[in-house]
Design a protein around this ligand. Structure first.
Ligand code: 4AD
Ligand code: MG
Length: 500
């Protein structure tokens, strides 16, 4: 339907040869001598208006799936639509029991709709967001192809916790065969000999692949067992990750990100899907506008414009803290007092995004070492910070995290030893009489298997490299102006919820 509406808007022909439309009856109005049906198919908010005879319309009701044939004709001036379908043949394909269908035409809250994930994506706006998802992937794929990045498929089941935050889901056995898999002492035998984990990030594997084929990227499912009950966190989400070799400055990675997202925004800004999403925002009801995180059409088009332009601000963490402290002195109220040690809270990130970005995304760089994972290299010439960045956007806060990776074997070994990630000890730990850590106790309390293989990447032909991970569902939330990440993912999973 989107392409039919688009092509007829561009054509001056009075009518076209017989066409066929497949879709769902959005509304139907039956009069004595004539009937009108609005038909949609999820590609557009705007339906096709079909004109039927009373006989053709007799058995049709709202929600039915139908196949229509007819002439696509220009309407006389004064009608809401420019074209309508003069139906010659109507076939109902599937009946909708409108009285029991839980999706109703009246306002239904996001919370209620989340109880119906298998049906709610039929709502025209939700269907548009799925179209947008597919188009963003298409645009970014083109970008990477042009830039010579290789798309790869890193594993989902892993033996380590990349981020070291202990937020991993465990994969251990074949549940339906557990009883047969008990060993002599009654213990369930692990399918992979020891517990494995659903990936929290593909980064470590991408680092291996980047050293084989050059710059790589992936868009991959990612899992985090964090109990965060926020509109920005899911237990299962998609992360878009890139890893670049032979780069020695985080600015080179930030350049690629900025280029990728601004190219995508310019590509899609004028598309039918984005225009329809903007239209939905400009006609939203007072109930929709009152939903948590709801944005106006003006705010949403500002987001697209801000992303489409380049030269996004890049500020250092130290400057961010100073700015926040200064803002507090000037009267801005924060729930948490900003400080170098405590790190940036969501409210601080929101403030920084607006203050520095003015509608554009903002990079904050060079965070304190203690706040970041083991793999980041130090900011050249400095001791307290790492060569990393977060990309912040208004409302959504952190959209991307990335860094240069420590590629020197002894430097990364030292950090991993200090963080209890290796069996062998630092000379200081040995001098203090600490005993070597057995394999099964590695990273105790968190969850990580041996990362010896990761050290091989530094042993054999190590190169300066860096990369990033973008929360793909957060990006969609931002670009579609949806208040919660639970509503841009068709079947969302979060703490306590995985129902369909
Ligand atoms: O900042 P994070 O944890 O970075 C990494 O995992 C790196 N290893 C990525 C890399 O350098 N290859 O996660 C990256 C992004 C975040 O900025 C955020 O947008 C998103 O992933 N993210 C989530 N999105 C939805 N739900 C969650 N629970 C998320 N946790 C992180
Ligand atoms: Mg992060």
């Amino acid at each position: 339907i989107a392409s039919l509406l688009k092509s007829s808007a561009e054509s001056s022909a009075e009518s076209s040869p017989e066409i066929e439309v497949n879709g769902y009856v959005r509304t139907i109005r039956k009069q004595k001598r004539i009937a009108f049906a609005a038909v949609g198919d999820g590609s557009s908010l705007q339906p096709v208006q079909a004109v039927l005879t009373p006989e053709q319309a007799l058995s049709l009701s709202t929600g039915d799936s139908i196949n229509l044939r007819g002439k696509w004709q220009k309407c006389p001036p004064g009608k809401a639509q420019t074209h309508e379908l003069q139906v010659t043949e109507a076939t109902r394909l599937g009946y909708n029991d409108a009285t029991t269908n839980p999706i109703q035409k009246k306002y239904q809250s996001p919370e209620f709709l989340r109880t119906l994930p298998h049906l709610r994506s039929r709502l025209p706006f939700n269907a548009l967001v799925l179209h947008l998802r597919s188009q963003v992937i298409g645009s970014i794929t083109n970008f990477f192809n042009k830039e010579g990045f290789v798309q790869t498929h890193p594993p989902i089941i892993t033996s380590s916790d990349c981020e070291g935050a202990g937020e991993v889901f465990t994969v251990s056995s074949n549940a339906s065969k557990d009883s047969e898999q008990k060993s002599d002492d009654g213990e369930v035998e692990h399918f992979f000999r020891s517990p494995k984990y659903l990936t929290v990030s593909s980064q470590l594997h991408l680092e291996a692949l980047a050293q084989s084929v050059g710059n790589v990227w992936t868009l991959s499912p990612t899992f985090r067992a964090e109990k965060s009950d926020t509109p920005r966190h899911l237990s299962e989400f998609y992360m878009l990750e890139g890893e670049m070799t032979f780069v020695d400055d985080a600015n080179q990675v930030m350049d690629v990100i900025e280029n990728m997202l601004s190219t995508m925004a310019r590509d899609l800004q004028g598309s039918h899907t984005v225009q329809q999403i903007l239209q939905a925002k400009s006609t939203q009801t007072s109930e929709e506008a009152a939903e948590e995180g709801a944005v106006t059409a003006e705010e949403l088009s500002r987001r697209w414009q801000g992303m489409a332009q380049s030269d996004w601000p890049r500020i250092q963490y130290a400057q961010a803290i100073e700015t926040l402290e200064e803002a507090m002195k000037q009267g801005t109220v924060f729930h948490f007092t900003p400080s170098w040690e405590e790190g940036l809270q969501a409210e601080h990130e929101r403030f920084l995004a607006e203050h520095f970005g003015k509608g554009q995304p903002v990079f904050v760089t060079d965070y304190p070492i203690e706040q970041k994972p083991f793999y980041m290299s130090k900011t050249p010439g400095r001791d307290r910070t790492v060569a990393c960045f977060d990309l912040l956007v208004p409302d959504l806060c952190e959209l991307i995290g990335g860094s240069m990776r420590e590629h020197d074997l002894s430097a990364i070994q030292k950090v991993m030893q200090e963080r209890g990630m290796l069996r062998t000890l630092t000379p200081e730990q040995q001098a203090a009489g600490e005993s070597e850590i057995p394999d099964h106790k590695l990273y105790e309390g968190k969850h990580a298997g041996t990362l010896d293989w990761y050290l091989d990447l530094r042993r054999y032909g190590s190169v300066p490299h860096g990369g990033f991970g973008l929360g793909f569902d957060r990006l969609l939330c931002y670009l579609a102006g949806v208040g919660s990440i639970r509503d841009v993912v068709a079947f969302p999973r979060w703490y306590g919820r995985c129902d369909c």
